[in-house]
Ligand binder design. Structure first.
Ligand code: SF4
Ligand code: SF4
Length: 310
């Protein structure tokens, strides 16, 4: 396996600088920040609550810095529940050491079970208690994935755990530590890597009123959609595999802010809509919140039309 080079850091950083609106001159600073994460010189603690680890898996798709090199050999996060080698009491001690040292960037994946603490334990400690200790010692918190930013599937109506989001947990705990929200089920690897490098290279990125980095979540999926012209002409798909706008099949693009259609997924290959599937609103704060949340609709209109459209 080839070691990562300054060139590979710069390649990624140039792309990140462009999409974050920083300009090419910011690339070296972003490359430094990325290198600090990867070399373990930027203390970062990654904790997982109620989640499926999907955002960690998504991070493994980070390009062009290869995920295998990034995470199995080069990266030295203080701890990552899924990816770190430590288990059992070693894992508990590693996290406790990191928390005692303080001053780290705390990344949290998953929601917090308030009504059923036993639903999520780390060692012999309830996740909520561990999160509280860690957040008190952190410089900033980054909530990754819709479970962490809005509650997501663990907080769906009827769930018995009383799952809440990380920002809501911090609010109820009276903590004012800065918190950035990166929604998505899962979050795109660029959104994670770009936000972390911005925090380390330049401080907090510009955020919207929900704490989301504007660079990634400023526009609706709908606004950057390759089928937008069909929407305007009212050419609608009536069934999957039809050409045309997917609005009548339940597309949530008009209410979901994310740059999926611009950035594309899987190393820039495609997006949900490019692949013929409606946006299911995985980065929307209402994703899976209601018991009858429809992932798809057949021949029915789910979402209100965006403002300005009759
Ligand atoms: S409704 Fe969906 S498919 Fe149609 S233009 Fe908007 S985002 Fe694209
Ligand atoms: S297009 Fe919609 S469902 Fe697909 S990844 Fe983006 S926000 Fe999620």
């Amino acid at each position: 396996m080839e070691p990562m080079t300054r060139r590979s850091f710069l390649t990624l950083s140039l792309r990140l600088a462009t999409v974050m609106g920083l300009g090419a001159s910011a690339a070296p600073a972003l490359a430094d920040a990325l290198e600090r994460i990867v070399r373990g010189r930027a203390p970062t603690l990654w904790l997982q609550g109620q989640c499926c680890s999907g955002c960690s898996v998504s991070l493994l798709d980070s390009e062009p810095v290869g995920a295998d090199a990034l995470l199995t050999r080069d990266i030295a996060l203080a701890f990552h529940q899924t990816l770190s080698g430590a288990t059992g009491h070693q894992a508990v001690e590693t996290v406790d050491r990191a928390i005692a040292a303080g001053g780290f960037l705390l990344v949290v994946e998953g929601s917090v079970p308030m009504d059923m603490p036993q639903a999520c334990f780390f060692g012999e400690e309830a996740f909520g208690s561990q999160l509280l200790r860690a957040a008190r010692a952190a410089k900033a918190v980054v909530a990754v994935g819709t479970c962490a930013t809005s509650g997501g599937i663990p907080a769906a109506e009827g769930n018995p755990t009383g799952a809440i989001s990380v920002p809501e947990f911090l609010r109820r705990s009276g903590l004012s530590v800065p918190c950035i929200s990166i929604p998505g089920c899962p979050a795109h690897p660029d959104w994670i890597v770009g936000t972390l490098t911005h925090v380390l290279g330049f401080g907090l990125p510009p955020l919207d009123d929900r704490g989301r980095p504007k660079a990634f979540f400023d526009k609706l999926v709908h606004d950057q959609c390759p089928r937008f012209a069909d929407y305007e002409r009212e050419v609608f798909a009536e069934k999957f595999s039809d050409d045309g706008c997917l609005f009548r099949l339940g597309c949530a693009g008009p209410i979901t802010k994310a740059d999926c259609n611009l950035r594309l997924w899987n190393g820039g290959t495609s997006s949900c809509i490019k692949a013929g599937a409606p946006c299911i609103g995985c980065a929307w704060e209402g994703f899976a919140a209601k018991r009858d949340f429809p992932f798809y609709l057949k021949n029915g209109q789910l979402q209100p039309k965006p403002k300005g459209h009759a």
